[in-house]
Design a protein around this ligand. Structure first.
Ligand SMILES: [Ca+2]
Length: 91
């Protein structure tokens, strides 16, 4: 019996992205970070916090780029406007 202790095969991890939809949101609504069924200023706040590096409990990587940045913030803004979510003035 030959056993090589250094012959570990799992040197790297890859996330296979199979399937057309990668939405993990239970509501199925893209941008709905807190899964309350709508995309609004609350979701935006979560994404902004995440983009600033503030730890959160929600997955704020909206565009699936692997990190949360200004692009995700812009995406949620656009989604919140298109979904008719509540926004604070500025209209
Ligand atoms: Ca929401």
């Amino acid at each position: 019996m030959v056993y090589e202790p250094g012959g570990s095969a799992d040197g790297h991890e890859q996330t296979p992205s199979d399937g057309p939809g990668e939405d993990e949101s239970p509501t199925g609504i893209r941008g709905d970070v807190n899964s309350d069924g709508k995309v609004d200023a609350v979701d935006l706040q979560f994404v902004i916090n995440a983009a600033l590096g503030i730890p959160g409990t929600h997955d704020c990587d909206i565009n699936g780029s692997g990190r949360v940045d200004a692009a995700d913030v812009q995406t949620v803004i656009a989604l919140s406007l298109s979904s008719g979510g509540e926004t604070t003035g500025d209209g």
